[in-house]
Ligand binder design. Structure first.
Ligand SMILES: *Cc1c(COP(=O)(O)O)cnc(C)c1O
Length: 394
């Protein structure tokens, strides 16, 4: 990155910036067009400059942006009502990011046991490869050594187990366990899809032990896997769930959804956020729901997912030296690479398609949910060319 930039250099950035977006496309200053199969990391799920979202946000921007949670916010109550109506939950807390949503899930779980007279039950079990955010608490939950290095004592109270092993999970549960915290599909961890039977066993374990099941749907939620929430296709219902990313299509907003029972400790004064669920943020999220809850929206997502997967398998079969396999759920797709994953990300960008890496040498394809067959064809042609370029370079 430009060494004169005064932005703290915490990211490895690509030397491109975008001036505008339209549907699944982004345009840089030189009018180069990119097909956005990254969506700002699973966030701009309805594409860029969606007319309904632009209208909702600009209308609200001319009225009132922010009042704090000292007062009632009708748009927030409406959004909570709709999230509840379309999920397992009874109550919603609003915040501003995925990390805060995860923090809220952790706090709800600890407070639940405290309210039940068991403050000693505070430990949370998470799964190796998990990513729950970058605050001190959520870093401890994720447990990734590179993320924790140099940031002082690790927040206490998290136990980590390998994915897919229910015996290891059972063994990790003790008298201090408050909850198990899982992603249905680990996004940052490498598009690792959890086996539905594993998740069902975890649900049963939680019920047997009187502990809560927390699901981090920050990346998988809001339609990414072809249903509004990923837990729907697993047939497993959590007690508490975190949302962010696509909830505001890029307008920063996060949410923690919970059953009334799980949230029993969350009484006035126990948690808060100045911005959380402010009128501007909830206007964006309500507009997102207007679109996603329309009849047939998810039928269309499932249909385009099928088309994409079919096209993709053809390209992958033709290039076994570049891509080893494909995994994922819905439009959260991971390409397991034979080459270095970032080489494929670069080669795809050179062909006009934006993607993003993940752990385990994965390239993630995370297109907007509104793509058409023509966009898929364009992306697959670019993937074909990128694979050829990598093959002739080696
Ligand atoms: C992105 C992500 C987070 C963190 O979200 P931020 O908005 O960056 O704080 C947490 N959990 C999951 C599963 C994520 O994908």
């Amino acid at each position: 990155m430009n060494s004169t930039s005064k932005v703290m250099p915490t990211y490895g950035r690509v030397e491109i910036s975008f001036e505008k977006g339209e549907g699944p496309y982004l345009f840089d200053g030189e009018d180069n067009r990119y097909l956005d199969f990254c969506t700002g990391i699973a966030t701009a799920s309805l594409g860029h400059a969606h007319p309904h979202l632009v209208q909702a946000l600009t209308e609200q921007a001319g009225k009132v942006w922010h009042t704090s949670n000292l007062y009632r916010i009708p748009g927030q109550e409406k959004l909570a009502e709709r999230l509840v109506e379309n999920s397992f939950a009874d109550l919603v807390f609003f915040c501003n990011s995925g990390a805060e949503a995860s923090e809220s899930c952790i706090k709800v779980a600890r407070k639940y046991h405290s309210a039940n007279g068991h403050p000693e039950r505070y430990r949370i079990i998470t799964i190796n490869g998990a990513f729950h955010g970058r605050t001190l608490g959520t870093l401890a939950a994720g447990g990734k050594p590179e993320h924790l290095d140099g940031f002082g004592p690790v927040v206490e109270g998290f136990d980590h187990v390998p994915a897919g092993n229910i015996d290891a999970m059972k063994a990790a549960v003790g008298p201090e366990t408050a909850a198990i915290f899982v992603e249905a599909v680990q996004g940052e961890g490498g598009v690792n899809v959890m086996d539905p039977n594993y998740l069902k066993s975890i649900r049963k374990l939680c019920d047997d032990e009187g502990i809560l099941l927390l699901m981090d749907e920050v990346q998988t939620g809001m339609g990414r896997t072809g249903t509004l929430f990923a837990y729907e296709w697993e047939g497993v219902s959590p007690d508490v769930m975190g949302l962010a990313k696509a909830l505001g299509n890029g307008m920063p907003i996060g949410a923690c959804l919970a059953t009334r029972e799980a949230a029993k400790g969350m009484t006035p004064g126990t948690h808060g956020s100045t911005y959380g669920g402010n009128p501007l943020a909830v206007a964006a999220a309500n507009a997102v729901l207007d679109v996603m809850l329309e009849d047939g929206f998810f039928d269309r997502v499932k249909q385009i997912t099928g088309y994409l997967n079919q096209k993709l398998s053809g390209v992958i079969d033709a290039h076994p030296d570049v891509i080893e396999s494909v995994r994922g759920h819905g439009l959260l797709i991971g390409l397991k690479c034979k080459v270095a994953n970032l080489e494929l990300v670069d080669a795809l960008r050179a062909e006009g398609v934006l993607t993003v890496g993940a752990a385990d040498n994965i390239v993630r394809l995370i297109p907007p949910l509104i793509i058409t067959e023509a966009h898929v064809d364009e992306a697959m042609a670019a993937l074909e060319r990128a694979c050829q370029a990598l093959e002739s370079a080696s």
